[in-house]
Design a protein. Sequence first.
Length: 177
Amino acid sequence: MANIVYIATSLDGFIADKDNKVDWLHDIPNPDGLDLGFGDFMARIDALVMGRNTLEIVLNFGIDWPYNKPVFVLSNTLTNVPAGLEDKVFLVNGPLPQVIKQLNDQGYNNLYIDGGKTIQGFLQQDLIDEMIITTIPVLLGGGISLFGELASPLKFKHAKAERLLDCLVQNTFLRQR
């Protein structure tokens, strides 16, 4: 069982700009349409856990629903999933360890954790086992930070670094317990 972060950040550690936009992620030319390992990553996971804000960003991409795995959205305010996604998106709430146990009990053992507040919440409770972080060579100067405050340091082991498209660096970190 693993809770895994797969995300891109700017050089200065932001996952969205000052306007909560992620357009800058698409500024890197990718002429061959490579998925940069995302397909292999998705094959490893059973489901996604994201926050309401991340769900809204995904819905505003203007594309078909991009996930073929169940998506569990952490929200204390949503009461219904968006129309047409009733068999793909499920609302969950409660303490994170309880949510994880419920998902694990349903057979969802390897979880993709996505979204700034969600990732920060999981890290604050030491519930992240692996992080795959792709660094985009841009300085945003502000926005939504990937990391937030922690009660105490969390140690990770650097497991892998890969250069992609001659300008991105994808690092994999494993939690040391």
